[in-house]
Design a protein around this ligand. Structure first.
Ligand code: G3P
Ligand code: CA
Length: 334
């Protein structure tokens, strides 16, 4: 896949900081993105949503309960989607204290009072350091945000991120090279409709179709299990399904390619810690089929060295990771 990646202007293997360095700092906040940037990652990953007053922001969940103090500040609206809040309301929330409570061993007093970031602020961070990471932007829940693909295009254009200029890419030992910028932004989505809209709005920008087993691929699994271990009966069932699954999988790839995707973002989330899962969408035949069609494989979300190694063997072209420090060590860039 290295040649394919170069053609798309995408570093190989791609080091994508998932919601920033989100193992070590509250996801999608300033310290998480600063940490990742200064480590020298290729991309800052973010999930794009839109406030009630039309501002693009970086936030993963469809509500604010897990990653903020919304329950205290807006108890009557605590379960409402992000789109129910104005930017001023979102900016009044504490987006860091939850992390200290959830991860006392990684807590820092400075995380208290962190704010949700706008896309503009994430762009500022990406542009602000010695390293210049790209942005890897997911249209999250796009059906909740009609027109968000165009809003994103307008913002990226206004910020000069679609103008095809060159960008410096920091390499090891302080060497700096210059790469053409088509891969400075990568767009990603699980939603086929959003991929079509992204392709229409930004045909020149590389796009990735994210893949998840819930999207039909394993619909017929006996009990839709969420365990990470391989159960022999289930594994046998899986093996029997493979021919049909291949056709389904191939139809996803063909859809992605037709809509300008340069690759896929398959889930390996259920294969953590070296435990293979039959819900894993990064099996060697899948990667091969994807790459045979001229597409890249960027796998999410991988934090464990055992998995970096296994997935590298399985031929993937890049990783989304909450632990970009570990990933950079693995690829020999730290
Ligand atoms: O964008 C890749 C990966 O982040 C997709 O899953 O739920 O973490 O956005 P999620
Ligand atoms: Ca994401």
């Amino acid at each position: 896949g290295k040649v394919l990646a170069e053609q798309a202007g995408i570093p190989w293997p791609a080091v994508i900081a998932h919601r920033g360095a989100s193992h070590d700092a509250p996801e999608s906040t300033r310290p998480a993105y600063l940490l990742a940037r200064d480590l020298g990652v290729d991309y800052l990953e973010l999930d794009l949503q839109r406030t009630r007053d039309g501002v693009l922001i970086a936030l993963h969940d469809d509500n604010l309960l897990r990653t903020s103090d919304v329950a205290e500040k807006f108890p009557e609206r605590k379960e409402r989607p992000v789109s129910d809040f104005t930017l001023a309301e979102l900016k009044s929330l504490d987006a860091g204290a939850w992390f200290n409570a959830a991860h006392p061993e990684r807590a820092r007093p400075s995380f208290e009072g962190l704010r949700i970031l706008t896309l503009d602020e994430v762009i500022d961070i990406a542009e602000g350091g010695e390293h210049k990471p790209g942005l890897y932007i997911e249209t999250k829940l796009p059906q909740q945000f009609p027109g968000i693909e165009k809003d994103l295009r307008d913002k990226l254009a206004a910020r000069g991120w679609l103008d095809g200029r060159v960008r410096p890419v920091a390499l090891d030992e302080g060497r700096v090279t210059v790469a053409y910028s088509p891969g400075r932004v990568v767009l990603q989505t699980f939603e086929k409709g959003s991929l079509e809209l992204l392709a229409r709005e930004m045909p020149e920008v590389p796009k990735i179709l994210l893949l998840w087993v819930g999207d039909g691929y394993m619909e017929a699994a006996p009990d839709k299990p969420h365990d990470t271990s391989v159960d022999q009966d289930k594994a046998a069932w899986y093996a029997r399904q493979r021919p049909r699954d291949r056709a389904t999988f191939e139809s996803w790839l063909d859809f992605a390619a037709r809509n300008g995707a340069v690759g896929t973002g398959p889930s390996a989330a259920l294969a953590a810690g070296g435990k293979q899962s039959y819900m894993d969408l990064t099996q060697p035949w899948m990667n091969r089929m994807t790459q045979d069609k001229g597409m890249l494989v960027h796998v999410y979300t991988v934090d464990d060295e055992v998995d970096f190694a296994r997935l590298s063997e399985a031929g993937v072209d890049g990783f989304f990771s909450n632990r970009p420090d570990a990933l950079l060590r693995f690829v020999g860039r730290a």
